[in-house]
Design a protein around this ligand. Structure first.
Ligand code: ACO
Ligand code: ZN
Length: 226
């Protein structure tokens, strides 16, 4: 690890400050053997998991200055399906999804954003759906409880009871922690809309986000209004 990879977030005592690793995103304390060991292990495992060696056959569906998007379909070669599953599991771990299976694997599509550094920094899993329920805006004070300093993430968003017709459900969307707010998710959803059905561009009304997290809801709200 190069010193330039480290961002000092607590300029405390030399060698005892909390540091965020600029490669894996873990915050740990230098000078603590236990912490440093834990970081070394996490660092290696996360970088191994997002490493992308390149495939003989890659279905590149979009290309950008900073990377490309690869689509993986259920009948693709085993190595591709396996990698897509591994990245989905990584996203599920962060999302806290316990049940690590897809509702209908044979109909799902996975989009992987691969950076120029040959790492997978984004993942989107989409499934065909028939209808969805629109998430209703929360009343302004429902989110903030004045008694509590630490806010629990709110997951149970109010949904309307009237279903709307949607075609494509985003069951998961995830971007590597250090590279958020750089338009990775936006570009994955744009690409999904252009490629989910051949020769047709889906409108934002025809896509639905399933059970969004707070991050997911903020993103979806912004994405769908633009
Ligand atoms: N807070 C506020 N606004 C946000 C946030 C956020 N955390 N994330 C996105 N937005 C809005 C912003 O307006 C942003 O534009 P700006 O950066 O110019 O202001 C716009 O959405 C576009 O954001 P992107 O850069 O395209 O989104 P990003 O690549 O950062 O990915 C994502 C967003 C996928 C939600 C990411 O934060 C993430 O992986 N979070 C953890 C996993 C997660 O919660 N995923 C959603 C689960 S719900 C589901 O899977 C159906
Ligand atoms: Zn690290």
């Amino acid at each position: 690890l190069e010193p330039s990879d480290q961002l000092v977030i607590d300029a405390g005592q030399k060698n005892f400050g909390a540091i965020m690793c600029g490669s894996c995103g873990m915050v740990y304390t230098t000078g603590s053997t236990e912490d440093e060991l834990q970081h070394t292990q996490y660092h290696q495992s996360i970088l191994d998991r997002i490493k992308f060696v390149g495939w003989k056959k890659e279905r590149v569906v979009a290309q950008y200055w900073d990377g490309k998007i690869i689509q993986v379909l259920p009948d693709d070669p085993k190595y591709a399906v396996k990698k897509a599953d591994e990245i989905r599991t990584l996203a599920d771990e962060e999302l806290g999804f316990k049940q690590a299976t897809l509702s209908c694997p044979s109909k799902s599509m996975t989009y992987l954003f691969v950076s120029n550094e040959k790492t997978i920094i984004g993942c989107l899993v989409a499934e065909q759906i028939r209808q969805a329920f629109r998430v209703l805006d929360q009343p302004a004070d429902a989110n903030s409880s004045k008694a509590n300093d630490i806010q629990e993430p709110l997951r149970a968003w109010c949904c309307s009871t009237k279903p709307v017709n949607a075609i494509c459900g985003i069951s998961r969307i995830w971007v590597f922690g250090l590279i958020r707010r750089k338009g990775i998710a936006t570009r994955m959803v744009n690409t999904l809309r252009n490629t989910f059905i051949y020769g047709c561009q889906l409108s934002t009304e025809e896509i639905a986000f399933s059970d969004p997290t707070p991050d997911g809801k903020l993103f979806a709200t912004k994405y769908c209004e633009t």
